[in-house]
Design a protein around this ligand. Structure first.
Ligand code: F0G
Length: 458
């Protein structure tokens, strides 16, 4: 007898719990006024559902907590380092493993040693910290994502793919000025969309032909491998681990923030196939992060990473992770809230421009929606629109290309019942969307204004 398809469930039982903070609408209105209607200014103890980021917000497993207790905190040659190193080597096939305290430390370390002012680094889309770490060195960060990746409605299964034709002409035009090519898996700045194995193979072949190293920004490598398994027909029978290994085989190294698919609250690493860059990286690591066998982390963090990097490739976990994101995205679509399609791996992006056509870009529709999600439902999200991108260096306003609200989903933290409750709340907001109004900025810093700007409702 064949079994009927069943629901995809959380593939874990819960051992440690933390109460959900609950506030009334009236309390949240006061909190918002004090925070200048900026959700970065709200305390986490006043947030019921925190979808600000999936980074470092993971619930660790009993095995991870257990391993932390037996970690070896020796300054040099810690047993925990060798355990971590072995896991990364087995996962990636890269021999050289350099721990850092998080992803941006890995970026800063590698870029400051191996890029020069005037050079250019292409990627599908650079994440903010990657871009900023390149730009502060005078390096130009160039986005070469495929055309479908810029279309919110396209159902293309791999909207994180690099436009390989443009990459080739780019490398021809800038020959000698590209220290390496990058690809972000999954493409966070482009909506958490995956990159196909076919595309990684093509990018790898182009890089070999031009003799340019190819590096992965691989913090969501397991989610990307899972999407290849379920969306790229010829790989359906392969394991996520086997697919992940081929992704790493196609590149020369990777930069990883383990705060995502490492299933930890802090940690990161650089791993490289070739040893040529390693002595410089290790010397600089000692200067800025710590000795090469701990790299800015406690050994207990290395233990937690070693286990997380294995646990994340459990296919019951990956199936559940994808199902949860899809559940939220499809639920929003059912209540008339438009989102970026198809759902990505770690987050759902709501199209506030389409949801709130009455609010012009200069009155920040995505911020207005983010504020209302918090005011009415205690949900914290992140504006990715004209607050974040609408100001030129000369201070003038230009509307962002898109007005998005990102709901990033912490790993193993919220249950399906939580998402049902969130969807019921958002459905009510969607019903009264015509009554929502925009905001004005009343105070802002010179740079990165989204973190500290203060607003006033209009
Ligand atoms: N690369 C990507 C693709 C990222 O998403 C992030 C962080 C980093 C690098 C930097 O890693 O935070 O450990 O220094 N993304 C988080 C987010 C902050 O919310 O998307 P980090």
């Amino acid at each position: 007898m064949t079994r009927r398809p069943r629901s995809i469930i959380e593939p874990f039982k819960i051992k440690v719990v933390e109460p959900l903070p609950m506030r009334t609408v009236a309390e949240r209105e006061q909190i918002l006024a004090r925070a200048g209607w900026n959700l970065f200014g709200v305390r986490a103890t006043d947030v019921t559902f925190d979808f600000l980021t999936d980074s470092g917000t993971t619930a660790m497993s009993a095995a991870q907590w257990g391993a932390m207790m037996v970690a070896d905190e020796s300054y040099a040659g810690s047993r925990s380092f060798y355990r971590f190193e072995e896991v990364v080597q087995r996962l990636t096939g890269y021999h050289h493993v350099i721990p850092t305290h998080q992803g941006r430390a890995a970026e800063h370390l590698l870029f400051s040693l191996h890029c020069k002012a005037g050079e250019l680094v292409p990627s599908n889309n650079h994440f903010d910290t990657t871009r900023a770490n390149l730009e502060q060195l005078g390096v130009t960060a160039v986005d070469l994502v495929c055309a479908e990746g810029k279309d919110l409605r396209s159902e293309h299964p791999f909207k994180g793919d690099v436009d390989v034709v443009r990459l080739e002409s780019f490398l021809t035009e800038h020959r000698g000025k590209v220290p390496f090519v990058m690809t972000t898996i999954t493409n966070n700045a482009g909506g958490g969309q995956p990159v196909s194995l076919a595309n990684l193979r093509a990018v790898s072949a182009v890089c070999r032909r031009f003799r340019v190293p190819f590096l992965l920004d691989a913090c969501r490598f397991a989610e990307n491998a899972w999407f290849i398994k379920v969306r790229e027909a010829e790989h359906r029978e392969r394991s996520a681990r086997d697919i992940a290994r081929e992704m790493f085989d196609l590149a020369d190294g990777c930069l990883v923030s383990a705060k995502k698919d490492g299933l930890v609250n802090i940690g990161g690493f650089i791993a490289l196939r070739d040893g040529a860059w390693v002595p410089d990286l290790r010397s600089r690591l000692i200067l800025t992060e710590g000795f090469p066998t701990y790299g800015g982390l406690a050994a207990r963090d290395l233990e937690a990473m070693a286990i997380g990097l294995d646990e994340v490739l459990d296919e019951a976990y990956l199936a559940y992770r994808e199902a949860m994101t899809r559940y939220l995205a499809d639920g929003l679509m059912r209540v008339g809230v438009p989102t970026m399609r198809p759902p990505g791996g770690h987050a759902v992006y709501v199209d506030a421009h389409e949801l709130l056509p009455q609010i012009p870009a200069a009155q920040y529709p995505a911020q207005a929606l983010a504020v209302e999600l918090y005011r009415a439902e205690g949900i914290r999200s992140c504006e990715i629109g004209s607050v974040m991108f609408g100001k030129r260096p000369d201070g003038t306003f230009v509307p962002a290309q898109m007005e998005l609200v990102r709901l990033a989903i912490p790993r193993r933290v919220y249950t399906q019942a939580h998402f049902d409750y969130v969807l019921e709340g958002i459905a009510e907001i969607a019903e009264r969307r015509a009554t929502l109004r925009g905001l004005a900025i009343v105070e802002e810093p010179a740079f990165l204004r989204h973190f500290t700007a203060r607003f006033a409702p209009l």
